[in-house]
Design a protein around this ligand. Structure first.
Ligand code: 4NP
Length: 147
């Protein structure tokens, strides 16, 4: 799960998918990262922690890290939150097979529409509720494809 800072959207996506995989008994290795290094080592944004908690998830074990080219090799599927994240990830390699692992996460719930998960960083708390709900639906689709 990849966004820009790895403190707002992708930590929620990681926490939500981890919880659904565990409840569905699907064995997945899940991680998140940001294309930028601004927040390296930090906890998720307090508003992401709060919305996760409100929905029964604890994401305070997560720490931000920057997405690396090796992640493209290691992971089978890479979900970008928006087109800018997608472009930043694909810029790390010339290898078309690696690039083909990358998709926008909302193409799971809205196929081929290339919709972005809105960046809630500069907005209010409502934006985090909206992001949670959007990611929850997308992660349901991801898990349902695996069970
Ligand atoms: P995220 O949100 O990409 O969902 O983690 C942001 C976090 C930090 C910044 C921008 C977006 N920032 O500019 O520091």
């Amino acid at each position: 799960m990849v966004c820009l800072g790895n403190i707002c959207r992708s930590p929620l996506a990681e926490g939500i998918l981890r919880d659904k995989a565990s409840k569905a008994g699907v064995d997945l290795e899940i991680d998140s990262a940001g294309t930028a290094a601004y927040h390296e080592g930090e906890l998720p944004d307090r508003r992401s922690i709060a919305v996760a908690k409100k929905n029964g998830l604890d994401i305070t074990n997560q720490r931000a890290r920057q997405f690396k080219e090796e992640d493209l090799v290691y992971y089978d599927v890479i979900f970008a939150m928006d087109q800018s994240n997608y472009n930043n990830i694909c810029r790390l390699t010339d290898n078309e097979v690696l690039k083909s692992k990358v998709d926008l996460i909302l193409n799971k719930s809205y196929p081929n529409e290339n919709i972005a998960v809105p960046d809630p960083y500069y907005g209010g708390d409502n934006g985090f509720d909206e992001v949670y709900s959007i990611l929850d639906k997308a992660c349901d689709v991801i898990i349902n494809e695996l069970i």
